[in-house]
Structures are given as structure tokens and as C-alpha cells.
Design a protein around this ligand. Structure first.
Ligand code: DGJ
Length: 721
């Protein structure tokens, strides 16, 4: 059997071309040499049909042989990666191998985010398949980053036939496993409680989840891990899939009748039916896959490095982001220019580097009911122009940032009165409202153009170094008022392309701008967004204790630098919980750090503490963002203490963070077993002067102080002596 093999430093990926051009998946795992074709076992299986050409050989069936890119119609009855129908509604496809090629460098995808790399850092493999009956050609693209052990996948479909077809399902990546008993780790949630981790067995009948909300969603994150049963943070095999896409998606994992597992991901197939006329092409978004046999921590390190160096772009990719103060939880909509300046002045005095003016600065925006769409500053409310406000803030020695929500419109706005057809609404139906706003149809270029011009006008007039780009509702009533296109899947995909177009234009026209993504917190926290915005507001929940869980889940697939995280007021506005300023800062520092309260309300002692926190963040920034991040406690097991650490690349330095989240009378001591240290070295704790050996810290652990009361935090800096 002819094979196509891709090698990374520690992994091998192989497919095989069977007689008659069937493309089989042979292997994805630890690096190896040679052909894996003898792993296949051919057996006559009842009710598993055979391709016409080989009908005498009843042991050949696509229904149980591992497929590289399964399609519906060739006898495989498992959930396919590809499904299409013709103009008469007939579902059929039979993709056979035509050719393949390999070239240096990493492919990119028109209009979509993609992993990028220098020519010498990556190579691309393309495999061309063809459906003879329709002439539809499918190119499977693989981007291989050998040093990182990452392989990306994306699919191009070209209608090289004479008749229109409808793409019913075009997944971006699919993996078949011949054998094995796996767990799936996935990250579910809700608004203000995103990315909780759940580890469940992959079973017969399988599981499927995703988003049909228009954004990748708070509810299910497009990052998943398939792990061997025995896999832990430290040991074991695991495969990751991260979807670089910020819209509707779907993930499936299923064990089939012969105990084989299929795992796959792509754009939501439900209501997709993407029309493809002769000559037209469709590009699927990209999935970044990684495998390691060294456990979950290692898999996270691969994704952290991938996203930091090969997904995030721009000036702020590698440099420290400014410590910011955001006025949202300090004022909500209720502020004047002079209140804003009071908050900013105090923040500047304590060392904060950037002031971010959140929602409420434009149009008639005094509450959620009006103003979205009218991106001109409300000078009456602010008491001055935006540029005057920005200058005053710059005079305090701070940068200035602004909140926007470009994809939305209120019915009570000039924009809606002028262009009611620009909002998604279905004729004859009352639209479903979300936060009293409607979604603008970003699948239409003229809509994106208009909003872009309005927003960039502000950026040209005033000195603005940062934008927080928000999106605050799930999308409903999908209907485009022009172009005759009423296909849900097509509009929703074009909508996401419109959002990416907006972001691409914004970051190109203003290359020094730092853009932070946001979707009611972390409702669009995905690797696609991170291509345009190197950080994302992680959650609308700023409670430090809840944030431990949210940030812990987020860390599996995303780097710490991507996590927008702020110290807010107590009692916390989302939970009513009160925890110390120290604990709030320890948690918020494990991210792109800032404050979200009026610092004037603090006591003098607390203000001094804030000064110290900002100093500490600046001192530790490199370790926090460039160091290796380790989850040291399994939060699903409800430990009494949560702990995580950052270890320098040379392993000689560690910042250990601990928060006790439960207390008991006469309690046993909790020991935190560290990871990633040099076993033979001694480490000195800077805060206490105590010495520990690396081996002891990793096998016995660090004793958590036994104290009265919960929610205490400790941050210890260990340095090799
Ligand atoms: C939701 C965001 O997540 C908040 O931080 C804040 O910006 C509000 N929107 C403003 O409307």
C-alpha cells in the first residue's frame, strides 16, 4: 500500500492509499518509521457494504476500515466528515485519491485565521480526492510544524463539475483509531462560568456538542482532548483538536461497532447546506491537532506555544501588555467625564498603565436599550470630546483604550432607523431579542464597511491604543435582506468571515493597536479570535474563586497571555463573595492583568498593596507569560487547595500560586506536588528563605500553610541556588 507520512519531532501521522483509491488513515501517535498498513485487519462484516469494484472481496468495506476523510455514500455508516447533495436532494459522495504533493512552508486559508510559520519551520502536504460522478474535488491540507509536534488540517472543496451541489457537512479534521479505550476532556459552561472541565468516557453512540449560537459560545469550547484512560497531567497519551473558528461548530467522538473510535470537528453541519455552483470553492476553517505521550501538561504547553508564536500576531504578541484599569464594574453606564478622570487619576498614581473606557461612551447609550450602532462619542455625557478625554488621560501618563461592539445594533439608534434591513430579522416574525439588541448582518460587505468607517474614524481622531471588542448576544433570526441568500449555514459562515474581515482591516490600518476580544466575557474564546486579538476577556465572572476554575479550564488549550483577568471590588458583583485584595491579585496575575473597580474606594493600606501588585506583575511578567504553566491540583476532585505554577524554560525558577478553597478543623496538611523542576537542584523560597530540593518538591510536595479561614492566597517565588 502506498503511504503518505508526516513526521514531527516526536509524532508520526500516516495515511495509506488502498486499491481503487480509497484513502485510509493508518496511524497518529509516537514517532515511528515504516508502514503501518499491517495494523489493518480485513474481515467480512455483515451489513457492511462493499465498493462495487471489489464486491467479491467482502472483507473490504469503508464501514469499518479507518478513513482519512470519511464521506457519506461510499458505504461508511459512521458519522462522516463530508456529506453533500445534488440539486435533486440526493445525498452521495465517493471521494477517491487522485494525487498528493508536499511543499515547504505552511499553507494559509483565504479570509480565515490559520496557524502561520516561517518557511523553514513548517511544510504542507496536500492530498487531492475526487468524486467522479459530480466532478467535485476535495483537497485535504496538512500543515506540519515538526518542532512543535503540531499538524493542522483544513479542507478545500472545488466544484469542478457542471452542476450545483450543496455541502451538507464539511468537517476540517477527522481521526479514526483502530482500537483503544478513551476519555474525552471537554470544556463546557455558561455565561459567567465558562470552560469547566468534564472528563467522560467515549462510548458507543458517542457524543456530539458545539454551538449554533453564531459565536463559538460560552457553552462549549472548540478545544477538546482525547486521552487514554490512564492519562494524567504528567503521563500518558493524548490528542488535542483546537478549531481556529469563532462561529458555529460541532465536535463528535464515537466508538463504533468494532470498538474503533472516530473523533472529528468542523463547522456546524446542522442547517448548513452550503451551495457550491460550478467553479466555486469552499474553504473549511482550520483544526490544529497535537499528540503527546507525556500527559496533559505537555499537551497544554504545545498549544500555549502554538497560539503564542504561531496564531497571535502583531506588536503585542511578544511584549508585556499594559496593566489596565477598566471602568465597567466601577460605573457601569452611569458616569461623567469627570468621574472617569477621577478613576483614571487614582489608577495612574498607583502605577496602572492604561485606562479603558467601557460601554456607554457613544450615542444615546445610558443603558442597554439604546445607542448600539451609533459610534460617535456622547460629548454631552463625557463633557468633552473623546480626543480631549484621551489627551487628559495621556497627560496622566496612561494609554487610552475604548470598548466597542461593532456587530450589534439597538432598535433605538440612528443606524437602525436608517437601515432597519441591516439587522438580522425574518420578515413576518418578531425577532428574538438578546440584551435588547439585534445583530447586524456582517455577511454583507456594506454593513461591515459602514461600521468599520465609523469606528476607525474615532481611532483616527483620538489617541487610542487599545480596543475591547465585545459581542453580547446569541444570534437568531438569520435572514439576509439582499442577495437572495437565505441559507442559514452560508449566512452564518459569511457572518464570521465578515467579523474576521473587520478585524483584519482594523489590525492592518492600526498596527499598533492592542485588541482584546470579548463576548460577554469568554463566549468567543477560541484560537480563531486569537489570530486577531492576542488576549480575550476570559469571563464576566470576576470573582477570584470562580476565576480559579474558569482559568484552570481555559489553560488546557490557551496560553496565560491570552486570558484577560482583573481585580474587581468586593463583595464581588457576580457572586457577593468577599475575598482579600491579595487573593484577587494572585488569581488575576495569572493572565493579562488589570483592575476593574474605582481604586479611590480603597484604604491607603490597600492602595499601597496595589502598587506592590503592579510591581510584582511587572517583575514576574516574563515568567508568567513565557514560563511553563502547570496545573498542580485536580479541581474536579474538589481539593481543599487550588495550586498552579509557572516554571522558567531553564527550570531554575518557579512561581507557585496557592489558594485554599476549603477549610476543616484539625485539618491534615495539603502537599502541593510541583512539576517541571530540576530534581537534583535546591530551590530557595524568596519569601521565607527556606530551601527545598526539586525532587522533594515533585515527589512529596510543598506544604500548604494550615490557617483559619478560606480563600487565603500564597505566592512563592522559588529560585535555584
Ligand atoms: C460584556 C462584557 O463582558 C463586560 O466586560 C462589559 O464590557 C459589558 N459587556 C459592557 O456592556
Amino acid at each position: 500500500m502506498k503511504t503518505i507520512t508526516m513526521q514531527t519531532r516526536r509524532t508520526t501521522y500516516q495515511m495509506g492509499i488502498m486499491e481503487h483509491g480509497f484513502l485510509l488513515h493508518l496511524y497518529y501517535g509516537p514517532r515511528t518509521e515504516g508502514s503501518a498498513e499491517n495494523l489493518l485487519s480485513y474481515n467480512d462484516r455483515g451489513f457492511s457494504g462493499n465498493p462495487y469494484e471489489v464486491k467479491e472481496k467482502r472483507e473490504i468495506s469503508m464501514d469499518y476500515l479507518p478513513q482519512e476523510y470519511s464521506c457519506y455514500g461510499n458505504g461508511d455508516f459512521r458519522s462522516p466528515a463530508f456529506r453533500m447533495k445534488d440539486e435533486n436532494g440526493v445525498f452521495a459522495a465517493d471521494l477517491r485519491y487522485l494525487s498528493s504533493k508536499r511543499y515547504e512552508g505552511k499553507y494559509m486559508i483565504p479570509g480565515l485565521p490559520a496557524v502561520y510559520a516561517d518557511t523553514e519551520e513548517a511544510y504542507t502536504v496536500e492530498v487531492l480526492l475526487r468524486d467522479k460522478a459530480t466532478g467535485v474535488e476535495v483537497t485535504l491540507r496538512y500543515g506540519v510544524l515538526p518542532e512543535l509536534d503540531v499538524i493542522t488540517r483544513s479542507t478545500e472543496v472545488w466544484n469542478n463539475g457542471k452542476k450545483k451541489v450543496y455541502l451538507d457537512k464539511v468537517f476540517s479534521a477527522s481521526l479514526d483509531f483502530l482500537t483503544g479505550d478513551f476519555d474525552l476532556l471537554h470544556f463546557y459552561g455558561r455565561h459567567a462560568m465558562e470552560r469547566n472541565i468534564e472528563r467522560v468516557p467515549v462510548s458507543h453512540g458517542g457524543l456530539g456538542f458545539g454551538s449554533r449560537r453564531g459565536a463559538s459560545s460560552h457553552q462549549h469550547n472548540p478545544f477538546v482532548i482525547l486521552a487514554e484512560k490512564e492519562t494524567t497531567e504528567k503521563y500518558g497519551g493524548c490528542w488535542g483538536m483546537s478549531f481556529l473558528y469563532s462561529g458555529n461548530f460541532w465536535f463528535e467522538a464515537e466508538k463504533d461497532q468494532f470498538e474503533q473510535t472516530r473523533m472529528q470537528m468542523g463547522i456546524l453541519p446542522e442547517m448548513f447546506e452550503y451551495p457550491l455552483a460550478p467553479g466555486e470553492r469552499f474553504y473549511s476553517p482550520e483544526v490544529a491537532m497535537a499528540y503527546t505521550d507525556e500527559g496533559l501538561a505537555k499537551l497544554s504547553h504545545i498549544y500555549h506555544e502554538l497560539i503564542r508564536r504561531h496564531v497571535c500576531r502583531g506588536k503585542f504578541r511578544d511584549i508585556r501588555r499594559p496593566v489596565l484599569i477598566n471602568n465597567w464594574e466601577a460605573t457601569y453606564f452611569d458616569f461623567t467625564g469627570s468621574q472617569i478622570l477621577d478613576i483614571a487619576r487614582q489608577a495612574a498614581e498607583l502605577g496602572v498603565e492604561m485606562f479603558v473606557l467601557d460601554d456607554g461612551w457613544f450615542g444615546k447609550r445610558d443603558n442597554e436599550d439604546a445607542g448600539l450602532g451609533d459610534w460617535a462619542a456622547n460629548e454631552k455625557k463625557i463633557g468633552m470630546s473623546l480626543s480631549a478625554l484621551s489627551e487628559k488621560i495621556h497627560d496622566m501618563g496612561m494609554k487610552f483604550g475604548l470598548w466597542i461592539e461593532p456587530e450589534m445594533v439597538n432598535e433605538d439608534s440612528e443606524l437602525f432607523r436608517k437601515h432597519p434591513d441591516w439587522a438580522f430579522r425574518i420578515p413576518g416574525r418578531m425577532p428574538v431579542m438578546g440584551r435588547n439588541q439585534l445583530t447586524l448582518d456582517f455577511s454583507r460587505k456594506e454593513v461591515v464597511d459602514h461600521i468599520f468607517e465609523q469606528i476607525s474614524g474615532n481611532l483616527e481622531k483620538a489617541r487610542i491604543e487599545y480596543i475591547k471588542m465585545d459581542m453580547n448576544r446569541s444570534i437568531n433570526d438569520v435572514y439576509t435582506a439582499v442577495n437572495g441568500c437565505q441559507n442559514f449555514g452560508e449566512i452564518m459562515h459569511r457572518y464570521v468571515l465578515g467579523v474576521y474581515d473587520f478585524l483584519e482591516r482594523l489590525t492592518t490600518r492600526f498596527p499598533d493597536l492592542l485588541v482584546e476580544g470579548c463576548c460577554g466575557g469568554g463566549g468567543r474564546f477560541d484560537a480563531g479570535m486569537l489570530y486577531y486579538t492576542p488576549q480575550i476577556w476570559c469571563s464576566d465572572d470576576t470573582d477570584a474563586i470562580e476565576r480559579i476554575y474558569i482559568q484552570n479550564g481555559t489553560s488546557f488549550g490557551y496560553p496565560i497571555s491570552a486570558v484577560g483577568s482583573h481585580v474587581s471590588a468586593v463583595p464581588n458583583h457576580q457572586t457577593g463573595r468577599t475575598v482579600s485584595l491579595h487573593t484577587r491579585a494572585v488569581v488575576a496575575m495569572s493572565g493579562s492583568f488589570g483592575y476593574e473597580l474605582d481604586l479611590n474606594t480603597l484604604t491607603e493600606k490597600e492602595k499601597e498593596e496595589v502598587r506592590g501588585q503592579i510591581r510584582a506583575y511587572k517583575e514576574n511578567w516574563e515568567l508568567l507569560h513565557e514560563g511553563r504553566y502547570y496545573r498542580l491540583t485536580d479541581l474536579c476532585a474538589h481539593p481543599d487547595a487550588a495550586a498552579w505554577s509557572f516554571v522558567s524554560r531553564d527550570r531554575e525558577e518557579m512561581l507557585l500560586n496557592i489558594v485554599n478553597i476549603n477549610v476543616h478543623a484539625n485539618a491534615p496538611v495539603s502537599y502541593i506536588r510541583c512539576m517541571g523542576l530540576l530534581p537534583e537542584k535546591m530551590y530557595k523560597v524568596q519569601e521565607t528563605g527556606k530551601m527545598f530540593s526539586g525532587a522533594a518538591l515533585m515527589t512529596v510536595g510543598f506544604p500548604v500553610p494550615v490557617v483559619m479561614g478560606e480563600y487565603n492566597a500564597w505566592q512563592y517565588h522559588f529560585i535555584c541556588v
